[in-house]
Ligand binder design. Structure first.
Ligand code: GLP
Length: 229
């Protein structure tokens, strides 16, 4: 894993856009995308940049179960609002949170992923170490699946909703193995709330209790953070 620390978030996000642009120049066409507060400034800078995704396809990490695509807090709506409507891709995919059978939807999404290997995966990290919505204890060999969200995750994401009761209890997420298949991974961790968990990953703990620790075994991971030692 390569780590770069930035005291300025502006510099950090500029570097992230650079890395993404370089990946494109080196031939990446299939991008794994993430949501969350961490990605909002990134997408905002990408939208102002001249990076062109019109020949690219994207797969998002996850989607809440039970929110319609046009629900303000669905990840489908998030992606449209922060990225896709400003920077068109050739094709974009997210799990369907309203599928009648979410387990079948997870299988369908996994099959799409297996037919479209991800060149470049963008990741945030949850305070409990989750990547996508793979909560602590998720097997490292997991594929796309239906997950019950931890209360702490719902609490962390309640800031985007009117109340915690409105945060869905389930989601469909790419599995850890699905994420690890990406050729190259960029993880962004900003803010004090991520300090402890990032340190545990950097200390090379390798445990299913910290889903992001799986990244220590990936050959091509870059981490950008604004946290100083
Ligand atoms: C969310 C998402 C993750 C995201 C993480 C951190 O629940 N499912 O993909 O990386 O939690 O979110 P934030 O950037 O808002 O801290």
């Amino acid at each position: 894993m390569k780590l770069e620390r930035y005291s300025s978030r502006k510099d950090l996000y500029a570097r992230a856009v650079d890395i993404i642009g370089n990946a494109k120049n080196y031939g990446a066409t299939t991008f794994g995308l993430a949501t969350g507060g961490t990605m909002e400034p990134l997408y905002s800078i990408i939208c102002e940049s001249n990076v062109d995704f019109s020949n690219c396809i994207s797969f998002n990490l996850d989607e809440y179960v039970g929110l319609s695509a046009n629900h303000e807090q669905s990840y489908t709506n998030y992606m449209d609002k922060y990225l896709f409507r400003h920077k068109p891709f050739k094709e974009t995919y997210l799990p369907n949170g309203l599928a009648d059978n979410p387990k079948e939807e997870a299988l369908r999404y996994e099959s799409l992923l297996q037919h479209n290997p991800i060149d470049f995966q963008l990741l945030g990290i949850g305070q409990n170490g989750h990547i996508g919505f793979n909560e602590p204890g998720t097997p490292f060999d997991s594929l796309t699946h239906l997950v019950t969200l931890e209360q702490s995750t719902r609490q962390a994401n309640a800031r985007f909703f009117d109340s915690i009761d409105e945060v869905p209890t389930q989601a469909i997420t790419m599995g850890i193995q699905s994420i690890m298949r990406a050729k190259c991974i960029l993880l962004i961790a900003v803010g004090e709330a991520k300090r402890d968990v990032l340190q545990r990953v950097l200390d090379s703990e390798y445990t299913e209790d910290i889903p992001a620790s799986v990244l220590t075994k990936h050959p091509n991971v870059m981490i950008l953070t604004d946290l100083q030692e």
